[in-house]
Ligand binder design. Structure first.
Ligand code: HEC
Length: 115
């Protein structure tokens, strides 16, 4: 089956660089700024009382806070907008006094829900 192997090797030399290209171009968004995993944990701890913070969250909330998936889907949601929002107090949302790093992690997590 030397023929098969040649094809596989040829395919490999095209597919692997392509995958690397795709992976690195996605990584240039918010992923480079914060830590998605840390952000998810922060969101579950600090935000899930009011927001549905992950697509898999079972318990819904009924206080009018948008789900994080919905926030991620809005065109206006950018890293800068989230930073600004989370750094300033809001009427119906408590000031959570998060550090700059925590804000970046949570913002990165929210943006990771965009599809
Ligand atoms: C006590 C309830 C509560 C908690 C806790 C809370 N939020 Fe909110 N949040 C709200 C409500 C209510 C709104 C809608 C505000 C409005 O429309 O006036 C909101 C709105 C937002 C928005 C703005 C969406 C938009 O329309 O632009 C973002 C972003 C957000 N929250 C992120 C977070 C994050 C991140 C956390 C955790 C670190 C968090 N929230 C914790 C209640 C809460």
């Amino acid at each position: 089956m030397t023929h098969d192997n040649t094809i596989r090797r040829r395919l490999g030399s095209v597919v692997v660089p392509l995958l690397i290209l795709v992976a690195s171009s996605q990584g240039t968004a918010a992923q480079d700024i914060g830590d998605v995993e840390a952000g998810r944990r922060l969101a579950e701890t600090w935000c899930s009382n009011c927001h549905v913070v992950s697509p898999g969250q079972q318990r819904g909330t009924s206080n009018g806070a948008p789900t994080f998936t919905a926030i991620a889907a809005m065109k206006s949601t950018t890293l800068l907008a989230l930073r600004a929002f989370l750094q300033t107090p809001h009427d119906r949302m408590p000031d959570l006094h998060m550090s700059r790093n925590e804000i970046d992690d949570v913002a990165t997590y929210i943006l990771s829900l965009r599809r």
